[in-house]
Design a protein around this ligand. Structure first.
Ligand code: NAD
Length: 233
């Protein structure tokens, strides 16, 4: 059966994605040849983007974060747009994403489970006042609230737990899906990567540039660029 036929007969599609969904929007992923791991940073992103690093070396955290994670001029690509279109047409019931860039919502997706939070929400650790991503980008050093408290992105850093309600929503969606489309993820960041195992529906499809540990468990595997594959449907 082709991808087009599977999509045609499915009405409860759930999309599970990662950083590879946004590379065609110009945001680097972590593990590709041109990803963040291949750059000049001697400290791995997983260390910089950890809770320990944030609280002990906040200024260095923000240097990396502003340069590498705040890509605020990026626009949704054909993959984001196609998923939003399917949701509008009543074929897709949710997007579960490990991304923090907000591009699914920019493309028009409504039901988005952001497992790792969002760069677009930031709050003061002392008084909880909210700040925009633009505020963080335009600040110097450690961004501070009007009350003097340190501002933290609402992003799940390595070493921090995922939000319980978001996990519940994502798992419920995956469990009730008739088709699971996994794409743009190395499926190596846990617990998020383990959620695909809750799928019990009919069609499981994986679209990824490189191989993943889940390739042999899917009905259809396409090694290609997601924006091109979905854009051509
Ligand atoms: P990853 O970097 O580990 O893996 C990305 C995968 O996507 C790779 O297997 C690669 O082959 C594939 N890929 C890259 N471009 C592709 C394309 N155009 N089409 C199809 N496949 C493509 O990413 P991950 O599994 O999401 O894990 C990394 C973690 O980093 C996540 O927790 C995520 O929160 C975070 N992250 C997010 C962003 C973002 O928000 N855009 C960017 C970098 C990292």
């Amino acid at each position: 059966m082709t991808l087009k036929e599977m999509i045609g007969e499915s009405n409860r599609i759930v999309f599970f994605g990662g950083a590879g969904v946004s590379t065609e929007s110009g945001i680097p992923d972590f593990r590709s040849a041109d990803g963040i791991y291949s750059g000049k940073h001697t400290i791995p992103p997983e260390v910089i983007l950890s809770a320990d690093f944030f609280y002990s070396r906040t200024e260095e955290f923000y240097q990396f974060y502003r340069e590498k994670m705040l890509c605020l001029s990026a626009k949704p690509n054909a993959a984001h747009s196609k998923l939003a279109e399917w949701e509008k047409a009543g074929k897709l019931i949710g997007v579960v994403t490990q991304n923090i860039d907000g591009l699914h919502q920019s493309a028009g997706s409504q039901k988005v489970f952001e497992l790792h939070g969002s760069v677009h929400r930031n709050y003061c650790l002392r008084c909880k006042k909210q700040y925009s991503a633009e505020f963080i980008l335009n600040s110097d050093g450690v961004p501070r609230c009007t009350c003097g408290g340190i501002i933290k992105p609402d992003v799940v850093l390595y070493g921090e737990p995922l939000d319980g309600d978001t996990i519940e929503g994502a798992v419920n969606a995956i469990q009730s899906a008739d088709m699971l489309l996994i794409a743009g993820t190395s499926l190596s960041v846990y617990p998020a990567a383990g959620f695909v195992r809750y799928f019990k529906g009919k069609h499981s499809v994986l679209i990824n540039r490189d191989e993943t540990p889940y390739d042999h468990e899917c009905e259809l595997v396409v090694h290609g660029k997601l924006g091109e594959v979905l854009g051509n449907l």
